[in-house]
Design a protein. Sequence first.
Length: 336
Amino acid sequence: MWYTSTPDFSDVFNLKRGVKLRVLITGGAGFLGSHLCDRFLKEGYEVVALDNFITGSIDNIAHLAGNPKFKFIRHDVSNYIFVDGPIDAVLHFASPASPPGYLKYPIQTLKVGALGTHNALGVAKAKGARFLLASTSEIYGDPLVHPQTEDYNGNVDPIGPRGVYDEAKRFAEALTMAYHNEHGVKTRIVRIFNTYGPRMSLDDGRVVPNFIAQALHGEPLTVYGEGTQTRSFCFYSDLIEGLYRLLNSDYHMPVNIGNPYTEMTMLELAELVNRISGSKGGIVIKKEMRIAGDPQVRQPDITRAREVLGWEPKIKFEEGLQETFAFFQKKVHANS
């Protein structure tokens, strides 16, 4: 049962009545995809996860081996998707998401945003399932308004180095809305702002794991450009809660999910990581190595998430950063 009004998220599917529900999660071995698998299994769902391991990791779902409610299929969703049996919801999270990832795999990134989204929407249409698209704050590009609301159309360079990711997600949103309007698919779109936490790869390339990796090795933290560019960081558990609420809402327009209270400059972040880690490596600023197309500000306006979902982040940045650092520290020690 899907709710058509504001739901009680403690029992969305009336599982106590014995209703079995099954979700398909593309990119299920990724950072966020694997946490989604955990959340839906915890809620009593059966979960089918798809991943081709371009950027996902078997380590992220190894703990689910043997779980009778979990099924994993190694598959590139840019190719036709076949899943036997009923599917009640499709969550499309397959895509490289970090700059090193989509710069290494530009064609694959464009294909998963276009063909992968088309195939995932096809499953939702055929199964009569809900569909949740993982979009991104990068669709706003280097924004000319601050903070960014869902009504802002963005400032994106379609042929710049980041264009393969930005435009893939923008197309994915357009295709999702087309399926909603033309085929009546119950679609949801989330625009995810910078998220961090356990299960990120240490060589992910995004700033939080980058800084933590350097701190763990006693190296100076590398800040590119002036270091005044900002990001707003949302802990993964807050994001997962927002995604769960969005899927079970009756709202089909894009919704920002992120933490507006944590906006800080890269210099401020570097100082915080050094303090938490106890690293004496310091900071090195490389002004000449400013990354092309790097947004100078990033902060979500989450008014819509508050009003539609009753959601806002709860985890303070320093608390989440300490947990993330502990995860990476344990991982480094285990591999040494």
